[in-house]
Design a protein around this ligand. Structure first.
Ligand code: ZN
Length: 494
């Protein structure tokens, strides 16, 4: 028995006999009590006497740890037979033997008001009623009866009204920094169970390949670590100032190259270290930025400053891959098109982040902004793309018109066959995946695509000024379709 795992060990558990612990007891005419035959173990050498008194004749001595049975007592004297003699022993040295299973201490919650009984049977004395929703612990059960202590009383409750409280050994609290899809499996193709709002505290039970196993609203599912930051500080609304500190970013630079970790936010300052491709860092700036110097801390605990150009929220592969620079239009003070309190700035960020997530397993991805409170200038957006070996640049926007009748998706390019091909591939899929009216692919002299050297396009997903388009643009499932259309259009063009 000693070799069995503790949780499976069937044990004989002894409990002190005190008061009326026995079931189905009846008081006899001779003021004795009859009860269900119960097994006991002697806790010391014990005299068996002819009657219920220390002055009565001693028949024999029962050794310590002897198993005896009784079904009748007078006061604290138990009637029993041992070695052919029948008499009385004092209950002070008897321990009731309970047969059942001991297991590792487990916490439960009662799912209904529940009787705590003196023994593992409904016919035993009810000691008290445990209210619904109370927390109890048990480490022993007999059949479906769990031994628990509540309000200083120990007894048994039916397991039918106990729900196991899962208390994971080690969880880490994170706060979502954006709306986040809560999925059934650790993949962007996993079913979206629900969307967790920005600023929600979640418990992470485990993390693997940037997918966290988290509990949310009583369910266990998976979220991408990209929009989680450690701790419980809740960021302001998406359009207010977002506390970006704690975000994990990665060095995005070609394999074999490195960026400087500097002592201060200047190219003239000394170098603390060189950080290679894919090196993870934790941002310690509270303000988000994708240009200038970002204060970071490395995994080895070195603090310093890194050029924001070379940091991405999406982990690069160890070796070089095509690189997509994604540009959610507008940001910060520039809300873009606004109708009925809905801002283009916010929708295009939500969609573009999903594009990045879908692409990040296959290509390197960086974005011109990750929050709604940050505005990079058009020149800065192009400069970001031009600072990297960018494969393609995609700017995401939403149209608006003074006419509520204008609707549909359209995609713009500035020059080059690669840009036109990319525009066509994205446009086709916006039309087919999201059922948008096809307003076609056009040339446009827009600064953000003109200033970018890599093949570049600007997609207008639909019209915020048209009610049917607006219904799609503000719908989470359609936002996923737009994202999938853009991601697939990009991958088809590589
Ligand atoms: Zn726009």
């Amino acid at each position: 028995m000693g070799k069995l795992p503790k949780t499976l060990r069937t044990a004989l558990v002894l409990s002190l006999v005190s008061g009326c612990f026995a079931s189905t007891s009846t008081v006899s005419a001779a003021s004795g009590t009859t009860f269900t035959k119960t097994s006991y173990q002697t806790t010391d050498a014990l005299n068996l006497r002819s009657s219920n008194s220390t002055s009565s004749k001693k028949l024999l001595t029962i050794p310590k740890t002897t198993k005896v049975t009784s079904s009748y007592r007078k006061g604290s004297w138990y009637k029993l037979s041992y070695k052919g003699k029948t008499g009385y022993v004092t209950g002070s040295y008897l321990k009731k033997i309970e047969s059942g299973t001991s297991f590792s201490k487990t916490s439960y919650k009662t799912t209904d008001a529940l009787s705590l009984r003196s023994a593992a049977t409904t016919s035993s004395t009810r000691l008290l009623t445990i209210p619904k929703g109370a927390g109890v612990q048990s480490s022993f059960k007999s059949g479906n009866w769990y031994k628990v202590t509540y309000a200083n009383k120990t007894g048994y409750v039916s397991g039918s009204y106990l729900k196991k409280v899962t208390t994971p050994a080690k969880t880490t609290v994170y706060t979502t920094t954006d709306r986040l899809n809560f999925r059934s499996s650790p993949s962007t193709s996993g079913k979206v169970l629900t969307t967790i709002p920005s600023g929600t505290a979640v418990n992470s039970l485990a993390v693997k390949s940037n997918w966290h196993t988290v509990q949310y609203q009583g369910k266990t599912g998976y979220v991408m670590g990209t929009y989680l930051k450690k701790g419980t500080s809740v960021p302001a609304s998406t359009t207010g100032n977002v506390d970006y500190s704690g975000s994990k970013m990665y060095v995005l630079i070609p394999s074999g190259n490195s960026v400087a970790l500097r002592a201060s936010a200047s190219t003239l300052s000394g170098q603390i270290a060189r950080l290679g491709r894919g090196t993870p860092v934790v941002v310690t700036n509270s303000r988000h930025q994708t240009k200038g110097f970002v204060a970071v801390r490395t995994a080895s605990g070195q603090s310093g400053y890194v050029d924001a150009t070379y940091l991405t929220l999406f982990q690069p592969a160890p070796s070089n891959r095509p690189l997509l620079v994604l540009d959610p239009g507008h940001g910060g003070h520039d809300a873009g098109a606004v109708r009925y309190g809905v801002a283009e700035r916010d929708i295009v960020l939500a969609v573009t982040k999903q594009v990045a997530e879908r692409l990040s397993g296959k290509v390197d991805v960086t974005m011109s902004r990750y929050t709604n409170d940050y505005y990079p200038s058009l020149g800065e957006r192009s400069a970001l793309a031009n600072s990297h070996a960018t494969t393609a640049f995609v700017s995401v926007h939403i149209n608006a018109s003074t006419s509520t009748q204008a609707y549909g998706a359209e995609t713009f390019y500035y020059k080059g066959a690669s840009s036109i091909n990319l525009a066509r591939n994205v446009q086709q899929r916006l039309v087919s995946y999201a059922g948008m009216r096809d307003r076609s692919v056009h040339y446009a002299n827009y600064a953000v695509i003109r200033g970018t050297k890599a093949p570049s396009i600007l997609a207008e997903l639909g019209f915020l000024s048209n009610s049917a388009d607006r219904a799609k643009l503000t719908n989470a499932s359609y936002q996923s379709r737009y994202a999938q259309a853009i991601a697939d259009g990009i991958l088809a063009s590589l």
